[in-house]
Design a protein around this ligand. Structure first.
Ligand code: FPP
Length: 248
């Protein structure tokens, strides 16, 4: 029985978030420069996007570039920025053919102009697609996002547009970059690292975490299916007891 056929389509997560890690180590194993790993990581982005969309996942969010990643060697950063532009341009037709809407999360306006322009163009060209939303987290970090939300809420309290006592979890979520999507039920990180690295800290409060040893460029649809099967075999309790869940 194939892994895919074991997946219960009625119990799919609506939103999967992925920390794509291990490109550099993958390149090293192939005796190549780090950027070779990123170039090959694009194929895995394609595979996983296609795999998730085929199953009917509504939201897929990929951590593509963190605020901390600016500290990498300039050549690597520049190559990544160019790779984002090239990939978005190149994949536009495929995204449209598969009814996938491109979205971007992060401090987008401070990205290099070409990267920003390519993202905006990709988002505009796919905006009416209503199959899966593919979000790229770019120049993103969760602490930046939370502080940005706090500043905007504080400003609106000061202007009298938000009532201090009306601040609750729902309101706060509306100020995050993910305001128009459900929280991820499943977070996957590849490459054997068991960390969150400043990704969606608020949104993953109740996410199931899945750590794979596979390096990102080797992460295939089969690996995605393994993650989904692991997710479907877990009991999500949200603070309740197992007995309470059975009786609900
Ligand atoms: C982490 O691996 C990966 C990144 C920081 C970049 C992710 C980019 C891609 C997968 C390429 C293209 C993506 C899109 C969306 C077009 P690492 O470099 O930290 O690996 P290491 O831990 O082995 O050094």
């Amino acid at each position: 029985m194939s892994l895919k056929s074991q997946i219960n389509i009625d119990k799919l997560p609506q939103h999967i978030a992925v920390i794509m890690d291990g490109n550099g180590r993958w390149a090293k194993r192939h005796n190549k420069a780090r950027v070779f790993g990123h170039q090959n990581g694009v194929q895995a982005v394609r595979e996983i996007s296609e795999g998730a969309a085929e199953l009917g996942v509504k939201y897929l969010t990929l951590y593509a570039f963190s605020k901390e990643n600016w500290n990498r060697p300039a050549f690597e950063v520049n190559t990544l920025m160019k790779l984002f532009v090239k990939t978005v341009d190149k994949e536009m037709a495929t995204l449209n053919k598969n009814n996938i809407r491109l979205n971007a999360l992060g401090d987008l306006e401070t990205l290099p102009k070409e990267t920003y322009k390519a993202l905006m163009k990709g988002m505009k060209s796919t905006e009416s697609n209503d199959g899966m939303t593919l979000s790229l987290a770019l120049n993103y970090s969760s602490r930046w996002e939370i502080i940005d939300a706090v500043k905007r809420i504080a400003g609106e309290v000061k202007e009298g547009q938000v009532d201090l006592n009306g601040i609750n979890e729902n309101l706060f979520s509306n100020y995050l970059t993910t305001s128009d999507m459900p929280d991820p039920e499943l977070l996957i990180r590849t490459s054997g690292e068991n960390r969150i690295s400043n990704f969606l800290l608020w949104q993953i409060s109740y996410s199931e975490l899945y750590f794979s040893d596979v390096l990102w460029p080797d992460f295939s649809k089969e690996e995605l299916y393994k993650a989904l099967l692991s997710y479907q075999n877990r009991e999500r309790r949200f603070g309740l007891t197992g007995e309470q869940l059975i009786n609900s």
